[in-house]
Design a protein around this ligand. Sequence first.
Ligand code: NIG
Ligand code: FE
Length: 422
Amino acid sequence: MEKKLILIGPLRQVLTLDGIPEKGAVKDEQLQIVEHAGMVLQNGVIQEIGDFDSLYQRWHEQAELVCTEGSQVALPGFIDCHTHIAYAGNRANDFALRNAGSSYLEIAEAGGGIWNTVSHTRASKEDQLVRLTVERARFLLSQGVTTIEVKSGYGLQVKEELKILSAIKTANRMTDADLIPTCLAAHMLPRDFDGGAKEYLDQMETVLFPLLKTEQLSNRMDAFIEKTAFQADVIKPYLQRAKEMGFDLTVHADQFTTSGSQIAVELGARSADHLEASTSTEIDLIAQSTTVAVALPAASLGIGCDFTPARKLLDAGACLAIGSDWNPGSAPMGQLLTSACILATMEKLTNAEVLSALTFRAAKALGLHDRGRLVPGMRADFILYKTDNYQNITYYQGSMLPAAVWKDGKEVVSNNNDGQYI
Ligand code: NIG
Ligand code: FE
């Protein structure tokens, strides 16, 4: 097989994220920054990173040279480890109702909320869902997001959950980003289900779970643990069964009330997401576990509630990732970096903590070991910004777009944003 070699550079700075521990607080001094750098890529994988001139000396005869213009900074592609982008409809009215005084849970109890999106998503054909998912994935990719987790959860019937997960699978083939599907059949008890929570979950376990395996639609299982969704007594055995069948677990936990994170830790879930209501008890529990804490600041901004206690989680020793939670209800903005930078100002997170949370720590939440740091052997998924200092990336709070995005060693996005940020 032909070995395609690429040498890219010279780059003002490459932030490798190498050497930063998987858990706990991080200082900016811990960021490894390679100055005047080059990156050698081979067949979509990083082969070497180092001083551009010496790489040029060694490789210029075999490698295709991709010359970068002006000052550019490279960092690993972002990983959005929590989204719900496979949906139809719009919930602008929920947003208006919340700002006029109704709460997220009140709107849900009155028949709006998630159920509204379920009705629109069920009414859409699979190809429409594919198109919507691809459009949203491309929007994230233009922000530098090269891996995107995507949940079902707006079908809430075996055939409708299958439709959404199959749409995600097709959408994955139509975008350059990698889409990682997660089954969220336990998002809420569907209003038209003839039976209680236990009967509904039993049906999902016996009928849907095996189909997900045979049709290779997802190996991840999520559940919304909350008073208006599913509570501990019924959800624990459901997640336990999923685990026994080999699914990786993740949980919507402690968004309004606690209990979800404890279940996530007990069952060894890859991540516990939301955690806005977590107290020091839950923070310590998560910090002592291997479960990644996923903050979703766009949901706090959409709902108007507290942010996840990210500072406390890191100081207690937790692994913190940040996701966009892009969904039509609580988090419609779809801006991963912007929401992460707002969390940083509110929770006092260092640049190193924010960038770790958007890259290798988010990869850990998805159980992916081949991405998230720019080191030899990892996928060549990276973002280039036209700037001479990486600090500008968070400083502009997401308004500085990537000059280019590379996925698996190929340039998949390029933007001409010269002179915009002087
Ligand atoms: O992560 N909290 C539950 N699920 C989503 C919201 C879904 C919706 O409102 O449509 C979340 O915030
Ligand atoms: Fe969510």
